[in-house]
Structures are given as C-alpha cells and as structure tokens.
Design a protein around this ligand. Structure first.
Ligand code: PEP
Ligand code: MG
Length: 583
C-alpha cells in the first residue's frame, strides 16, 4: 500500500532508501519472579545481553572514520568500560540469583540503586555521569526486551538508510552523520533547531515534525524522502520511483551548474561587491567551505567541539582545533564564536546547570553561562587569542543582551592578553571583537553596542525566536516563525543602520542569510556580508549576480513600511518575480 506522510522539510535533497526506525521511547520493563532452576539460564541471558551491547558499541566505534575527532571515540570507550564494570556485570547477576527476579527487573533495580548514589554526589560533573549509566543500561534493556542479537539496534548498519526518530539532539545528528545516514526524519523539532541547522550544514536531507511517522513506517521498507517539500512516500510504484529519480538527476544538474560560479566574485549587476562567508560547526566542515570558495568563516559554532564526549576540551585541544581552521583558510578571516551552549545544545560533560530551566532558551545560555563559569570561559578566550597568531581571526560573543556583559568580556579579554604576554605567547593584539545581535533588546540598542564593537553579526534564528516569542525547536509553533514579520524586518534594519552609522561591518549569520528568497531583500536593506552553511553559498551567489542593489533598495522601503504580513509576502514575491531561482 502506498501512502504519503508530511512534515517540515528542513534540508533539501531527494533520497530513495531503506527506512531505519529508531525506537527510543521509555522501555517497559517486565517484572517477573523466576523458578530456582531457571536462575542460571537467566544469568546467562543477562550476560549475553551485556556481551551483545559491548559488541554493538565496538562495532559503532570501528565505523567511525579515522579522521574523526578522538573525543567521539572516547565517549564510546567510556560506555564500553561501564559494560565491564562490576556494578553492571555482577550486581544484577547477583540479584537474579538472590531475589529470583528476571534479568530486566534485576537491571532496573540496579539502575535505581545507581541513580540514588549519583543523586547524592556533590560534584555536579560526577552527577551528570548518571546519564551515561542510563544510556548504557537502556542499551542492555533493549537487547533483553527485544531479544536482539548483534543487528538491528541503534547504531547498526545505518549507512545509506533513512533514519526515523522521535527526536534527535544536535550531538545525535553528528553521530548519525559519522555513520553515513542518507537522510533523517524526526517526529518533533522545528526548522530552526540546531539539529535542523546541522542537517543543512552537513548536507543531510531531513524532515522534522513528522508526527507519528514511526507508527506508519516499517523498518527496512523503501522510502522516498523529499527534504524540500517535507514529504515521505512509502510503497511507491515504479512510476513514482522513476519520477523521483528524474528529480534527483535534475538536482545534480543544478548543482553542477552552480559549481561554475565557484571561482567568481559575488557582485551585483550594478557593481556592488558582496562577501559570502561560511558557517561551520566542526573543523571537518572546512572541506565543504573550501570547495565552494567561501571568503572566510562568518560563524564558527565552537560548542560542537564540546559535544559527544565525556570531558571538556582543554585549552590546548581548543587551540589546535581553532588553529587548524585558521590555517586551512589561508589568510581569509575566521570568526570564532565563543561557546553558545544551552537550550537545545546540550553536552555530556559538566558545564550546563544541573537544574533544568523550564524555559531553557531564556535561561543560562551562551555568554550568560560563560560569564558565570569562568573556568569554562577563560581557557576558551586564551585558546582563541593564541590561535589568532596563525592568521586573521575575529572573536564573536553570542546572545549579548546588555552592555555590562560586553564590558565584562572586554575586560576579561584584556586580562587574558596580559597573562599571555607575561607567559610569552603570541597572539593578535588587535583581534577584532564582534557581537551577535540576536536579542531584541540588543537590536533596539544596537548603536550602543556598535560604539564598542569592531563588528556585529545578526543572528536571525534567535532574533526571530525572541521577537516573536516562538520556541525555535517547537514544531507546533513553527508556522509562526516568519523572517518577514514587520517587527523582525525593522529590527534588522536598525542593526544594519547602527553599523553603518558607526562605520563597522555588519554581517548576518542566521539561516535567513542562506535563503535565496531573502537575498534581494537583504541587499536592498544594505547588507553586504552574508554567512551561511557552505552548500548555500553558490546558490546565494547566483542570486546576487543577477540582481541590482539599487533596484532592490527602491522596493525594500515599501516592504519595511508595510504592516500586513500577507502583503509583505506579496511584495517580496514581486521583488523576486523576475528570477525564479530566488523564489
Ligand atoms: C542565530 O541565532 O541566528 C545564530 C546564527 O546562532 P545559533 O543558530 O547558533 O543560535
Ligand atoms: Mg543564536
């Protein structure tokens, strides 16, 4: 039977492949007493499940490519070590024998006992290890419950598959990418979540917010996924399959044509030079950045270096990573953003607050977290400054909401420079300091920030979230997430004008900058620096070369003055009218 499901298409591309359905929901544990004569057999069943879990993890570890960061491997190693620990190997076996309970129940009892021990700990870092223990126990439980052998569990044979999950964290997405998934679908999550951003950045076609998809999709069935339209087609007949294969061919032709723009400059028809920069999450993204000829890095999201690992990267490790990116850019500027952890960007190691906030996007996130935890922030400032000796580097502060925060960062930077000087470390004493303007309060007071900063970058993902009061990761309100809302456009305009008045560069690094539908509008508003995930660069360049800034400017004023959302959309359509590729 064929059917179509829909969700929010967040990363373009058509994939035809086999479904792999991840069942991550809470597992129901059967609690049963067993007969004394069955005890040995039950202990063997438990031990076999632990062995299978170890083999699964070792296989995942072996699938991680050589070039991959060693921290991912270390993260898996930690879990492998837990599987050898007496608390997971012997204690449940002992409970099976002494209490004559089934293996699942014995493991559940041990999970509760371990949780109580972790909860007693004073050290917040050690307390967070509870999550690791739970992950490992969850894996063993899944094997016990499903009777799975080596195959079929999370992390296996994912290469080339379309993964269906309830939800994925950004760190899960990195792992899936390493395992070579072809595409993914989640039942929850919004188009501006970091998971969606990462999918675009890694070039993995993806759909989010496809409610209940896992109820209808069978493991291993052939699926067509259209990441642009947000469509999932199951049970397609030969005609439909060949239609989508033709679309795949057309897409690769389009990409090939765009490749021709690689070596050319982004100049509008009326001669305005635009700078196209790349957003990266990890040094591995450099390959794509260089392949499309980006003119620098406009946003390096350093928090990704802190994910999928049990520890916090040291100053030296950070230095090595930042320096490798700066060297790879061979003299082009690299904008390193200081840690923006919190909200949907979670890590396995300690820095995030223990108590989960009921409004994490409004909580201890980004610069707020760094200023509270200087042991976390100082090594990063040192690493960025030291890396700046390797080539043109800029530092950028996320989520500034008031000038006090900026002043604190500026004095910490001065202090750090003094220390580095005293220690004889080289760095760029004139390292440009920029701020992300992504909170409405900062946008409204942009001239004050512009007076103290060397550059500003507009973070539209958060600016829209906070202006319109829409959680960017909540698919239920994704329909309200509109970059064309007049309030958003006016804030963007304020920031650009504040930069022009203070004579400092203003770029945009939110997703709006990489969407060709908005290129003319932004050019008309006076933006000349756009930073985006690498695979969008050539497309936006294509749009720039075919438009005139002067013409765009004339129409933009009326768009910004307009209060009606529908009318704004209509006017944008007519601005883009002569060019199908920008619609
Ligand atoms: C933004 O908010 O627009 C931005 C670029 O930062 P992030 O998506 O990492 O929050
Ligand atoms: Mg942001």
């Amino acid at each position: 039977m064929s059917f179509i499901l829909s969700g929010i298409g967040v990363s373009r591309g058509i994939v035809i492949g086999k479904a792999h359905v991840l069942q991550q929901d809470a597992l129901e544990v059967r609690e049963q007493h067993i007969a004394i004569e069955d005890v040995d057999q039950e202990i063997r069943r438990y031990q076999q499940a632990v062995d299978v879990a170890s083999r699964q993890l070792s296989a995942i570890r072996d699938q991680i490519p050589e070039a991959t960061r060693k921290d991912i491997v270390e993260f898996i190693d930690t879990h492998l070590l837990m599987l050898q620990d007496s608390s997971l190997v012997h204690v449940p076996a002992q409970s099976i024998r002494e209490q004559q309970c089934n293996a699942e129940w014995a493991l559940k009892l041990q999970q509760e006992a371990l949780a109580a021990v972790f909860d007693e700990m004073d050290d917040p870092y050690l307390r967070t290890r509870k999550d690791d223990v739970n992950h490992v126990i969850h894996r063993i439980l899944r094997i016990l419950i499903s009777g799975a052998q080596d195959q079929g569990s999370v992390g296996f044979d994912l290469a080339g598959t379309i993964v269906f999950a309830s939800d994925l964290t950004p760190s899960d997405t990195v792992l899936l990418h390493h395992q070579g998934v072809a595409a993914f679908v989640t039942e929850f999550g919004g188009p501006l979540s970091h998971t969606a951003i990462l999918a675009r950045s890694l070039g993995i076609p993806a759909i989010v917010g496809a409610h209940s998809a896992r109820r209808y999709i069978q493991d291993n069935e052939t699926i067509i996924l259209d990441g642009e339209q947000g469509l999932i087609l199951a049970g397609a007949d030969a005609g439909l399959l060949s239609h989508y294969r033709r679309l795949q061919d057309a897409e690769s032709d389009r990409r090939e044509n765009l490749e021709l723009l690689k070596g050319t400059a982004a100049i509008t028809r009326d001669g305005v030079r635009v700078q196209l920069l790349s957003n990266i999450e990890l040094p591995q993204d450099m390959e794509r950045t260089l392949a499309v000829g980006a003119e620098g890095i406009g946003l390096y999201r350093t928090e990704f270096l802190f994910m999928n690992r049990p520890d916090i990267p040291s100053e030296e490790e950070q230095l090595e990573q930042y320096r490798s990116v700066i060297q790879a850019m061979e003299g082009l500027p690299v904008t390193i953003r200081t840690l923006d952890l919190g909200a949907d960007k979670k890590v396995d190691s300690g820095p995030l607050p223990e108590r989960s906030s009921s409004n994490p996007a409004l909580g201890l996130r980004a610069i707020r977290l760094c200023l509270k935890d200087l042991d976390l922030f100082r090594p990063q400032l040192r690493a960025i400054l030291r890396a700046s000796a390797a080539g043109p580097t800029r530092i950028m502060i996320p989520m500034l909401s008031n000038l006090q925060e900026l002043n604190q960062v500026l004095s910490l930077l001065e202090e750090t420079k003094e220390q580095l000087r005293a220690e004889g470390h080289a760095f760029d004493p004139h390292l440009p300091i920029g701020g992300m303007i992504e909170i409405p309060a900062a946008a409204l007071t942009a001239p004050c920030f512009a007076a103290k900063l060397d550059f500003m970058s507009i973070g539209t993902n958060d600016l829209i979230q906070y202006t319109l009061a829409i959680d960017r990761i909540d698919d239920e309100v994704a329909y309200l997430y509109d970059p064309l809302h007049p309030a958003v456009l006016r804030l963007i305009q304020l920031i650009i004008q504040a930069g022009q008045a203070a004579d400092i560069p203003v770029s945009m690094c939110g997703e709006m900058a990489g969407d060709p539908r908005f290129t003319r509008l932004l050019l008309g508003m006076g933006l000349t620096q756009f930073s985006m995930y690498p695979s969008s660069i050539l497309e936006v360049k294509d749009c720039i070369t075919r438009c005139s800034k002067r013409e765009a400017q004339q129409q933009v004023e009326s768009i910004i003055a307009c209060n009606d959302l529908q009318e704004i959309h209509g006017r944008l359509d007519s601005l883009n009218q002569d060019d199908k590729r920008c619609r």
